[in-house]
Design a protein around this ligand. Structure first.
Ligand code: PLP
Length: 413
């Protein structure tokens, strides 16, 4: 028994003394799944990276091709980005030590907001410390008692949690199921506040939202539309501004949120939209007000990444060429990545044990990927998820395809 258990035993008993003991930490004591997977040598999480380049990482002393990052444009090691981070460290120090509302706003935050508002063709933008917090802040602040919020069932966890925090009613519709969304919207009082929230690119499937369908449905029912472009910023649209640009529907999306932790190679989040809405969020979003702001070096790095994104559009071209090379290569060995329409390529390989063994085989062969397992997917529908960067070489991609084909042959179904 751990010290923590002993402490809880003494102070948090549920029910009378002769009832079976139920302590707060019982769930931890009986949680064995991860330890069993660790003991079997196929535990795929929390592997500490010792060193990295844009397309490779060193783990346990061995270099592996990275197919599990969100570094779509390959900017994490770009000299301009690194130089901007270093200069900001020197100028502003290592941390903001306060909230945006109080002492934590620096001029670079405002510069970043102006840049992103322009890129996303919105009146204004507001920068949060992470994308997750952006979602919590926006949804929980806007959706009050009596309001309704509608989520695609594959929306990211931060959207689900933002809706949980909100005081309004939450509805979930099937993935891109516009007919179900229509029915749900029609069932709510006509004069209730309504917000539809969807990922632009769905992070586990690699699919793109049916924006024409979702936007038209939302509009018909007077609902506002918020698109989470975490995986679309830098990837979709001729200027990399995301899903709305991809569909040429910028005026149909009320609010766009995104993260800097993927294409922009940093950490932080943003929401862009009408000035008065952002003014309101600025003064009411608890996830903005009661947390320290984005660190200066991350802010400067994000600005530099935006510069590189604009100056080097060939990165997006390379990203898509790499995506095609990988998707075609996998299809040629019988491993076509489902319905993926983006640089996120999920390959269905079967049940959990096989998926973890394939993951381990690839890891030992020098390929870093992510298994996607229940509850994210049905039990026999587990995937190996690959995500591409502009910095992969064709030679690396071909090596991965070969290793993957080998892995599925050697690990029986
Ligand atoms: C769709 C989506 N939204 C939001 C987030 C959160 O972003 P951040 O890493 O900035 O918290 C993620 C990150 O995984 C994501 O995939």
């Amino acid at each position: 028994m751990t010290l923590a258990h002993k402490m809880v035993e003494g102070s948090f008993r549920a029910g009378p003394p002769d009832a079976p003991r139920k302590t707060l930490f019982d769930k931890a004591a009986t949680y064995t799944a991860a330890r069993e997977v660790q003991a079997a040598g196929v535990y795929p999480y929390f592997a500490p990276i010792e060193e990295s380049t844009t397309s490779e990482v060193r783990i346990g002393g061995a270099w592996k091709i990275m197919l599990g990052s969100n570094n779509y444009l390959g900017l994490t090691h770009h000299p301009d980005v690194l130089a901007a981070c270093a200069a900001a460290l020197k100028k502003y120090g290592s941390g903001s030590t306060g909230s945006r509302l109080l002492n934590g706003t620096i001029d670079l935050h405002e510069e970043l907001e102006a840049r992103l508002a322009k890129l996303m063709r919105k009146e204004a933008a507001l920068v949060f410390t992470t994308g997750f917090q952006t979602s919590l802040g926006v949804i929980a602040t806007l959706v009050g008692r009596g309001d309704h919020v509608y989520l695609d069932k594959l929306d990211h966890a931060c959207i689900v949690d933002g809706a949980r925090l909100a005081l309004g009613d939450v509805h979930r519709y099937g993935h891109n199921d516009v007919a179900q969304l229509e029915r749900q919207l029609a069932a709510a009082p006509a004069d209730a506040g309504k917000l539809v929230v969807t990922d632009g690119v769905f992070s586990m499937e690699g699919t793109i939202v049916d924006l024409p369908g979702v936007a038209a449905t939302a509009r018909r029912h007077g609902a506002a539309l918020l698109v989470d472009d975490a995986h679309a910023l830098g990837v979709l649209g001729d200027d990399g501004s995301g899903t709305a640009r991809h569909f040429e529907m910028e005026d149909q999306v009320d609010l766009v949120m995104a993260t800097f932790s993927k294409s922009l190679a940093s950490v932080g989040g943003v929401v862009a939209g009408p000035e008065d809405v952002l003014h309101y969020l600025r003064h009411h979003a608890r996830a903005l007000i009661f947390t320290a702001s984005m660190p200066p070096s991350s802010t400067a790095g994000t600005l530099a990444a935006l510069d590189v994104m604009a100056k080097e559009p060939e990165r997006r071209t390379r990203l898509w060429a790499n995506t095609r090379r990988m998707a075609d290569g996998l299809a040629a060995v019988g491993l076509a990545p489902g319905h993926a329409e983006t640089p996120i390529l999920p390959v269905v390989v079967g049940a959990l044990p096989r998926t973890l063994r394939i993951w381990r085989y690839l890891f030992d062969a020098g390929v870093f990927v992510h298994p996607v397992v229940p509850p994210a997917v049905p039990p026999n529908d587990c995937r190996i998820r690959l995500s591409m960067t502009a910095e992969h070489t064709f030679e690396q991609i071909d090596r991965v395809v070969e290793a993957f084909a080998d892995a599925v042959q050697r690990v029986p179904a």
